[in-house]
Design a protein around this ligand. Structure first.
Ligand SMILES: Cc1cc2nc3c(=O)[nH]c(=O)nc-3n(C[C@H](O)[C@H](O)[C@H](O)COP(=O)(O)O)c2cc1C
Length: 188
């Protein structure tokens, strides 16, 4: 358990590979709004992860070793998910599938790991279905997911593409609150 003034490492994943991704932008906004004690390790290799294949688990590909090591080293995860066809993008599910499998001599990296879910979409539903889907997946792998508040950002391009959230916006307040809840789970 980290002490009150210890630094917490947050491993942050955007579920989008798109260069101008709103969800990647959201991760950047979260890093700006986060408590000083949070240090972000932003994952930029989601697109390089091999497709999960049981035939290739032992030995695991080096990209998977790297992902597992960084998740294990982190105090918590922050996942920003886009919504693809009412669920999470396949690349994000692929990463979780790798993380859900045993590696020789190592504990499962997501077991009891604090995780906060956020998401942004251009449409009116703001990733609500993707987030429900992601919650179900993370429940299965026994992660400790922040329950409230939910951060669901509809019409995200109108807020994120121009100047970002701005520190005093109502949206920024909800995002800050999600991160505070994540800190509570880390310290629990
Ligand atoms: C394959 C695909 C499926 C999508 N399905 C949905 C959907 O079910 N619901 C939704 O609100 N938006 C959907 N969208 C739109 C995305 O939410 C939108 O492109 C969003 O900006 C993607 O996130 P990003 O900006 O982080 O890349 C879909 C986009 C793609 C490419």
């Amino acid at each position: 358990m980290p002490t009150q003034d210890a630094t917490s490492t947050i491993f942050a994943i955007s579920g989008s590979l798109r260069r101008a991704s709103l969800n990647t932008r959201l991760i950047d906004e979260a890093a700006k709004l986060a408590p000083d004690a949070f240090q972000f390790d932003i994952y930029e290799s989601l697109g390089n992860l091999p497709h999960f294949n049981e035939d290739h688990e032992f030995p695991a590909p080096p990209e998977v070793d790297d992902l597992r090591r960084r998740v294990r080293a982190a105090d918590a995860l922050l996942i920003a998910t886009p919504e693809y066809n009412a669920s999470v993008p396949g690349v994000l599910k692929n990463a979780i599938d790798w993380l859900s499998r045993p590696a020789e001599g190592q504990p499962l990296p997501l077991t009891a790991k604090p995780v906060a879910i956020i998401g942004a979409s251009m449409g009116p539903l703001g990733t609500v279905r993707a987030q429900l889907s992601l919650r179900q997946i993370l429940q299965k792998v026994d992660a400790a997911v922040v329950r409230q508040p939910e951060f669901i950002l509809a019409a995200a391009h109108t807020q994120l593409e121009a100047e970002g959230l701005g520190p005093d916006s109502a949206t920024a307040a909800v995002l800050r609150s999600v991160l505070e809840q994540l800190q509570i789970l880390i310290e629990a």
